[in-house]
Design a binder for this molecule. Structure first.
Ligand SMILES: Cc1cc2nc3c(=O)[nH]c(=O)nc-3n(C[C@H](O)[C@H](O)[C@H](O)COP(=O)(O)OP(=O)(O)OC[C@H]3O[C@@H](n4cnc5c(N)ncnc54)[C@H](O)[C@@H]3O)c2cc1C
Length: 450
């Protein structure tokens, strides 16, 4: 199977970053073995990007199917790497591949760290997004959001969750709670079109007027700031619900307020002011507190990597080599590094959100994968090829078999896709049918293979 100078590369994580690494290295003639936690490939392109973005999702899916058709690409879905998972990091490092690339995204959740954060009705944005995208483990359990949802954050993920709440859940009210002011919003103006028909413009006008002195203190004119914010409410998708969407600015949640059933009844919020910080601003708490009623709270404040995987970890990220090599792209940025030994983990690389959690759109993750592939190619050029893919694949299959794992190959994926397509009705906000549990998918694939 292997050609001369072709190496075997183990790639963990089949999201946009991993698929970019796999594509470049497969085209260079290497044998690529992909191990992916989810049965399906795509990562957040399958389970994060808003379901209605059919063109973007469809385009990516098509590219990934093309890649998986290559004879030198071997896919194992439903295989998780980590402590207590199907295989550990050390086990896959010892399988005999020349390099191992981790492109496993940012699967950890940032601690919210406010009193009451374990109450019923408190959600992490990623979990909600996974829910409405039907990721097994999330799609098949209820997410009771109530009538009024407060979403903490001002980025695209806040908008995606609002989109779901406004257009599909059709709840009464959504409030985006923003630490700083309207001028510091982070979402893409195009994204707001999905919800802007539901904006409570009168309420937003009152809210901006409420904070006008604090905006003026950092040289921001409230009228102009309001115009900038509401001026983006154009080309709105027609409203399909009576949901009202608004903002609470200069507000930091300090405590989750709960009822006698430990269910969210509101937030204790602190008023902030803005202070100049270089060319930007920073929010500073004023020690003035108020209660803000709501039925549930979603924290859309970014993610961190999953420290339980077993890669060197520090402060929310996997540790990379601190010593620059001077190459472009710099190898050190992609090399896993163990601070306790002061050495890189030879042949272990990181790409995409596993390297920089919650950073950028698919294009950024893909570019990161391309750069990682360049770094890995440089590493391979100085290395003797190993024993070839057959030996690695045989050992891998034996280990998975012994663990009673249920890996899913490309044939299984095709069977799954055919079965899902045969269902006429889409699920929730998804225009197509999607199984929401691994059990259903594995059962179906194994019956077809029998
Ligand atoms: C809510 C949301 C909406 C977004 N919307 C858009 C958008 O509209 N347009 C856009 O361009 N970008 C969007 N993005 C950004 C985009 O999804 C990311 O840039 C991109 O998916 C990151 O790619 P990645 O490959 O690094 O990680 P991921 O996409 O997270 O892929 C990680 C892969 O690793 C696998 N994995 C995880 N842990 C393990 C493990 N332990 N063992 C084995 N496999 C593992 C997972 O199964 C997954 O397949 C959005 C992101 C979010 C969160």
């Amino acid at each position: 199977m292997s050609t001369i100078n072709s190496h075997v590369i183990l790639l963990v994580g089949a999201g946009p970053a991993g698929m970019a690494v796999a594509s470049t290295l497969a085209k260079a003639g290497h044998e690529i073995i992909i191990l992916n936690r989810d049965i399906k490939f795509g990562g957040l392109a399958e389970y994060g990007i808003f379901p209605a973005k059919l063109k973007l999702r469809g385009g990516l899916k098509k590219q990934y199917w093309e890649l998986l058709k290559r004879p030198n690409v071997h896919y194992f879905g439903n295989v998780s790497i980590g402590n207590g998972k199907d295989l550990t990091v050390d086990e896959i490092r010892n399988l005999g591949a020349s390099a191992v690339v981790f492109s496993i995204g940012a699967q950890g959740t940032k601690a919210i760290g406010v009193e009451g954060d374990s109450a019923k009705g408190v959600f992490h944005a990623k979990d909600v997004v996974y829910h409405f995208n039907r990721l097994p483990g999330f799609g098949d359990r209820p997410f009771e959001m109530g009538k009024h949802v407060a979403i903490i954050g001002a980025g695209d993920v806040m908008v995606d969750i609002s989109h779901w709440l406004v257009r599909y859940k059709k709840i009464e009210r959504v409030t985006a709670v923003v630490r700083r002011g309207p001028a510091e919003r982070k979402y893409n103006p195009k994204e707001i079109r999905m919800v802007c028909a539901n904006m409570d413009v009168a309420g937003i006008t009152t809210e901006v007027a409420r904070i006008k002195d604090r905006l003026a203190a950092v040289g921001q004119n409230a009228d102009e700031v309001l115009k900038g914010l509401t001026g983006e409410f154009t080309k709105c998708e027609p409203a399909v619900s009576d949901t009202k969407m608004g903002f609470k600015f200069l507000a930091s949640p300090k405590r989750i307020l709960v009822d006698s059933h430990n269910h969210v009844r509101g937030l204790e919020m602190e008023e902030n002011k803005l202070e100049p910080k270089g060319n930007d601003t920073a929010a500073v708490g004023l020690k003035q507190f108020y209660e803000f009623p709501c039925d549930s709270v979603v924290f859309a404040v970014g993610d961190k990597v999953d420290e339980t995987v077993g890669l060197p970890y520090k402060n929310g990220i996997f540790v990379t080599n601190p010593t620059k090599t001077g190459n472009d792209p710099d190898d050190s940025l992609f090399q896993a590094y163990d601070e306790t030994t002061g050495k890189i983990l030879d042949g272990v690389f990181l790409a995409g959100w596993a390297r920089k959690a919650s950073e950028g759109l698919v294009g950024v993750a893909k570019r990161d994968g391309d750069w990682c592939a360049e770094v890995v190619s440089r590493y391979l050029a100085a290395k003797q090829p190993g024993t070839g893919s057959k030996a690695v694949l045989d050992t891998l299959k034996t280990m998975l078999n012994n663990r009673k794992s249920h890996p899913v190959d490309v044939k299984g994926l095709r069977a799954l896709e055919a079965a899902e397509k045969s269902h006429k009705n889409g699920t929730d906000c998804i225009g197509e049918f999607k199984y929401a549990s691994n059990q259903e998918m594995i059962g179906l694939i194994e019956r077809r293979n029998a």
